[in-house]
Design a protein around this ligand. Structure first.
Ligand code: NAP
Ligand code: F7E
Length: 351
C-alpha cells in the first residue's frame, strides 16, 4: 500500500514542489488550502499535479480544521509548511505572525497527538531563527537570536516541535532551511521581485525597479532540491533537526547584478533604493553549514547561485514572451501591479 502524506500549505512554493516530489515517489498526497476570494492553485497547475492531489480546506487559525485534515487524510507523514512566510509582513501584522506561524504549529501537533502519535512530523523551521547573532556560518549548534515577529514565531514552532518529540515521543523534526528560491517563488520576495522586473524591463514592459537593503547577505538555494531534504529528514531512524543550505553567501546587490547581466542589461540604469522597502530590523548575514545533513542524509545542493539566478531570469523572460504572444497559462505575475504601485496606494502609520 502506498504511503500517505499531508502537506499543509500545498499551494505555496515548497508545498507544490513537495507534492510533485512525493507523487513521483508513489505517495498518496493530501494538502490543505485556505479559502481565498481568488483561489490560488496556479503552482500546482503549473507543475501539472493539481489533478493528482487531494485538497482539504483548513486554516491554521482554526484548530478544528487542522484536526479534520488529519482525520480525513490519516497520513503516515505530515509536512507542516503553511505559515505567513513573508518576514516584512510580520512587522505589519505581528499578532498574526504569532497566531499563524507560531501557535499554528501547536494546533497541528495537538491534532497529531490526539489522532495518531505515530505520524511523523516535519516542521518548516528557518534560518531566520539565527537573526544577527553570528558572524560565522550557522549550524545546528549556533545560538538563535530572532530579529522579526516572523522569526520569533518560528522559534516558538521550533521549540514546540522539539518539546513534542522529547515530551510525547512523537517523530517530530525541524528542517532549518536557508532561503530557497525558484520560478514558483512569491512575487514579493526579493529574488523573484528582481527576476520578474528584469524580464519586464528587458521586454519594455517596465522601466525601473525599486528595492530596499541591497547589502543584506543570504544563502540562496534551489527549492526543488530543498523539498527532497524534507522527505529525507522523515526517513531517518531517529527524529532530529538539520540545517539545509548551500554554504555560500551573496548580497542582494550581487543577485541584482547577475540577474540584469543574464538579460544583457546594466543594472545601475534601472535600480534605485527606496526606504519603503527597508524593515525596522533586518538580518544582515546568513550562510548555512549543512555538513550534518551531508553526513546523515547524504544531501547536498547541486544548483548554486549563478545557475539559480539564470534559471529564474530565463523562466520569467520566457513567460512574459509567451504572454505577449497571446499564450495563456497558470501564472501569478500578469495580475500583479508590482509592489511599488501597491505601496504608492498604501496607507500605514510611520514607524
Ligand atoms: P509560501 O510560498 O508563502 O507558502 C506558504 C503556504 O502557507 C501557502 O500555501 C499559504 O496559503 C499557506 N498559509 C498561509 N497562511 C495560512 C493560514 N492561516 N492557514 C493555512 N495556510 C496558510 O512559503 P514557502 O516559501 O513555500 O515556505 C514554506 C514554509 O517554509 C513556510 O513555513 C516558510 O515560513 C518556511 N521557510 C521558507 C523558506 C524559503 O526560503 N522559502 C526558508 C525557510 C523556511 P495561500 O496560498 O493561500 O497563501
Ligand atoms: O528578503 C532584502 C530584505 O523577503 C531577503 C522567507 O522565505 O527566507 C525568506 O525571508 C533580503 C532581506 O526573504 C527588498 O531586506 C531588499 O534582507 O526575499 P526576502 P527573507 O526575509 O530572507 C527565510 C529563510 C524565510 O524563512 C522566510 O519565510 O532582501 N531586500 N530589498 C528586500 N526584500 C524584499 N522582499 N523586497 C525588497 O524590495
Amino acid at each position: 500500500m502506498s504511503k500517505k502524506a499531508l502537506i499543509t500549505g500545498i499551494t505555496g512554493q515548497d508545498g507544490a514542489y513537495l507534492a510533485q516530489f512525493l507523487l513521483d515517489k508513489g505517495y498518496e498526497v493530501y494538502g490543505t488550502y485556505r479559502r481565498l476570494s481568488t483561489p490560488n492553485f496556479w503552482r500546482l497547475q503549473y507543475l501539472g499535479v493539481f489533478e493528482e492531489v487531494n485538497l482539504i480546506p483548513a486554516d491554521l487559525l482554526d484548530a478544528s480544521s487542522m484536526l479534520e485534515a488529519i482525520k480525513i487524510s490519516q497520513p503516515d507523514e505530515v509536512y507542516h509548511l503553511a505559515a505567513q512566510s513573508f518576514v516584512g509582513a510580520s512587522f505589519e501584522q505581528p499578532v498574526g505572525a504569532g497566531e499563524i506561524t507560531g501557535l499554528g504549529v501547536t494546533r497541528i501537533l495537538e491534532a497529531v497527538r490526539e489522532i495518531n502519535p505515530n505520524i511523523k512530523f516535519y516542521q518548516a523551521s528557518s534560518s531566520e531563527l539565527y537573526g544577527n547573532g553570528s558572524l560565522e556560518p550557522q549550524s545546528e549548534a549556533t545560538p538563535f537570536c530572532p530579529a522579526s515577529p516572523y522569526a520569533a514565531a518560528k522559534l516558538y514552532g521550533y521549540w514546540t516541535t522539539k518539546i513534542y518529540r522529547e515530551g510525547y515521543g512523537i517523530f517530530a523534526c525541524n528542517g532549518i532551511l536557508f532561503n530557497h528560491e525558484s520560478p514558483l517563488r512569491g512575487l514579493e520576495f526579493v529574488t523573484r521581485k528582481i527576476t520578474n522586473a528584469v524580464a519586464k524591463i528587458a521586454l519594455g514592459l517596465e522601466k525601473e525597479l525599486k528595492l530596499g537593503n541591497l547589502e543584506a547577505k543570504r544563502d540562496w538555494g534551489y527549492a526543488p532540491e530543498y523539498v527532497e531534504s524534507m522527505w529525507l529528514i522523515l526517513q531517518q531512524e531517529e527524529p532530529d533537526d538539520y540545517v539545509i543550505a548551500t554554504n555560500e553567501t551573496h548580497t542582494v546587490q550581487e543577485f541584482i547584478e547577475k540577474a540584469f547581466a543574464v538579460a544583457d542589461l546594466e543594472w545601475k540604469n534601472y535600480v534605485s533604493v527606496n526606504e519603503k522597502f527597508f524593515r525596522p530590523l533586518d538580518v544582515h548575514y546568513l550562510q548555512g553549514d549543512f555538513s550534518k545533513a551531508n553526513k546523515m542524509l547524504c544531501w547536498e545542493p547541486k544548483v548554486k547561485f549563478d545557475t539559480l539566478v539564470e534559471i529564474m531570469v530565463k523562466e520569467d523572460l520566457q513567460r512574459w514572451q509567451k504572454w505577449l504572444k497571446g499564450e495563456r497559462f497558470p501564472w501569478d505575475a500578469p495580475n500583479y501591479p508590482s509592489e511599488n504601485k501597491i505601496l504608492s496606494r498604501m496607507w500605514r502609520l510611520e514607524r
